[in-house]
Structures are given as structure tokens and as C-alpha cells.
Design a protein around this ligand. Structure first.
Ligand SMILES: NC(=O)c1ccc[n+]([C@@H]2O[C@H](COP(=O)([O-])OP(=O)(O)OC[C@H]3O[C@@H](n4cnc5c(N)ncnc54)[C@H](O)[C@@H]3O)[C@@H](O)[C@H]2O)c1
Length: 268
């Protein structure tokens, strides 16, 4: 019988998580390490990456830290070189940083547009290139990018952000088709509302916080850990036949398009 438990086990595997200082990236680094992987935690700030790595080491895992700006191609290439030198191979590479400048299209400036595209689209391409090359060479690996429910559904002020997240879904499909024969898998996760530093300000506005919660079938926000478990699955051999996909970890956000009105009772 297949050893199913072993398929989820990441012992002996190596991982890089970019965006590891906070939120979904931090939880992903912790999850991968808890399942046995040696993790290189990277972030824009060395201190933040080091704090996550130190916490992992403290709980018995194996982790180191690096500084990297996900929007800077040379930085991402340097991170890949460092990872290879330190870990010898890279089985798993996760990137989470994303920028949302919440403005209507009428208000978007060229600078806003460049900043969002540079990190969300170009950053994902640089990450796929740098780590994809290593994985093609070693003939195996799992790349995981970060999309959003905003790749599918939108609200005013999120058109640019949403279109970059939709682009990530197609980058994932395209790169999966290019590297699949080398044994490399490429996927994305798409959260809806996860409580992180990014979404912290919503907590100050209880009305909006609750309104968003009501969009999910559970009527609640997720933790970052609940997204990280999906990352861990995609990283593992349990997902050996999964590539080119975006896994929605959205509490049913994209399954429903209306509030729970109780109309079933009316229909009776
Ligand atoms: N939190 C949510 O509800 C939610 C929902 C949908 C999608 N997302 C997506 O999830 C991803 C992660 O969001 P989060 O909520 O964990 O955010 P977060 O702010 O908690 O964490 C993001 C991390 O990325 C780092 N970072 C930012 N810019 C960087 C750069 N240029 N280079 C390197 N590191 C950089 C930050 O320092 C931080 O550690 C984003 O792509 C976001 O669009 C989040």
C-alpha cells in the first residue's frame, strides 16, 4: 500500500520562502519546517527573515535567513545562488510578497502601476526564472506563487491588483507547461481574507471586517496558518500530479455570490 503519511513528509527536502517575515510567508516557512524541510527564510528586511528563522530553530526546526527584494531581479537571482550554495538543491520555492494600491483606475498614477506590476508580475517571473532554472537542472521541484480571490472577482479600487493576480494564474499555467517534462511543478494559492499584517487595518473597522467575513461560507476570516497548510500540500509529494493550478483557500468566497438570505425557507 502507498505510504500516504510519507507523501506529506518533507524530511530531507529543502525550501526557500520569500516573504517569510510576516503573514502567509511566515506561516508557510513554519509549516514547511515543521514537516521536516530545511528552510531558507527570505524577506525585504533581514531582521524579519531572521526572526522567523530563529523561531523555527527554537521549536526544533532547521532554518536560516536572507535579505531579498522580491521586485529586484538581481536580488532574486542572488537569493537563488545563495540557496543553492547553502542547501545544495532547492526542492520547494514559495513566494508571497504582493502589493495592493487600492485606487480606482481613474486615480491610478503611472508610478502606482509600475510599483504593483514590478512586484506582483515581474517579481513572480524573476522568481520562477531563478528557481525554475535550478529545479529544471536538478530535474524536480515545486514552485508556489501567491494569487488571490481578486484574480476572479473584484471590488472598486482593486482592478489593477486583481489583474496582476489573474496574471499570476496564467504565469503558473504557462510555466507549468514549460517545465513539467523536467519534473517541476508550478502552482499558486489564492486566499480570500487571512488575518495578517497586510489586513490588520480591517480590524480597526469592525463593520468592514464583519462584511468581509460574511462573504465566506464560514462567516469568518482565516488565519495565515490555514493558508500555509495548502502551501505545504502543494510543496509535498502528495501533490505529485498537481501542476498549473491555483488552489483557492478562500472559505468558499468564490463559491457564492450572495449573502445567506434564508430564501430556502421562503421557497418551502
Ligand atoms: N492576507 C490576505 O487576506 C490576502 C488575501 C489575498 C491574497 N493575499 C496575498 O498574500 C500575499 C501575502 O500577504 P500577507 O497577508 O501574508 O502579507 P504580509 O504583509 O503579512 O506579509 C508580506 C511579507 O512580504 C514581505 N515583502 C513585501 N514586499 C516585499 C518585497 N518587495 N520583497 C521581499 N519581501 C517583501 C513583507 O516584509 C512581509 O514580510 C500577498 O501576495 C497578498 O496579495 C493576502
Amino acid at each position: 500500500m502507498t505510504d500516504y503519511r510519507k507523501l506529506f513528509d518533507l524530511s530531507g527536502k529543502t525550501a526557500v520562502v520569500l516573504g517569510a517575515a510576516s503573514g502567509i510567508g511566515k506561516s508557510s516557512a513554519e509549516a514547511l519546517a515543521a514537516l521536516g524541510a530545511r528552510v531558507l527564510c527570505a524577506d525585504r528586511t533581514q531582521d524579519g527573515a531572521e526572526a522567523t528563522a530563529a523561531a523555527i530553530r527554537q521549536s526544533g526546526g532547521s532554518a536560516t535567513a536572507a535579505q531579498c527584494d522580491a521586485a529586484d531581479r538581481a536580488d532574486v537571482e542572488a537569493l537563488a545562488a545563495k540557496a543553492l550554495a547553502e542547501l545544495q538543491r532547492v526542492d520547494i520555492a514559495v513566494t508571497t510578497p504582493g502589493l495592493n494600491i487600492r485606487k480606482t483606475i481613474l486615480d491610478y498614477t503611472e508610478e502606482d502601476l509600475d510599483r504593483v506590476i514590478n512586484l506582483n508580475i515581474k517579481g513572480t517571473v524573476w522568481f520562477f526564472q531563478a528557481f525554475g532554472r535550478i529545479m529544471v537542472e536538478q530535474r524536480g521541484g515545486s514552485l508556489i506563487a501567491c494569487s488571490s480571490v481578486r484574480a476572479l472577482t473584484i471590488e472598486p479600487g482593486l482592478a489593477v491588483y486583481g489583474s496582476t493576480k489573474a496574471a499570476i494564474g496564467l504565469l503558473v499555467k504557462g510555466f507549468a507547461s514549460e517545465v513539467g517534462r523536467s519534473g517541476v511543478r508550478v502552482n499558486a494559492i489564492a486566499p480570500s481574507i487571512a488575518e495578517t499584517a497586510l489586513t490588520g487595518p480591517f480590524k480597526q473597522r469592525r463593520d468592514i471586517y464583519d462584511l468581509y467575513a460574511g462573504h465566506t461560507v464560514f462567516n469568518r476570516w482565516s488565519s495565515a496558518d490555514e493558508v500555509a497548510t495548502a502551501v505545504a500540500y502543494l510543496a509535498s509529494d502528495a501533490a505529485s500530479y498537481v501542476s498549473g493550478s491555483t488552489l483557492f483557500v478562500d472559505g468558499g468566497w468564490t463559491a457564492v455570490d450572495g449573502p445567506p438570505t434564508g430564501l430556502t425557507q421562503l421557497a418551502r
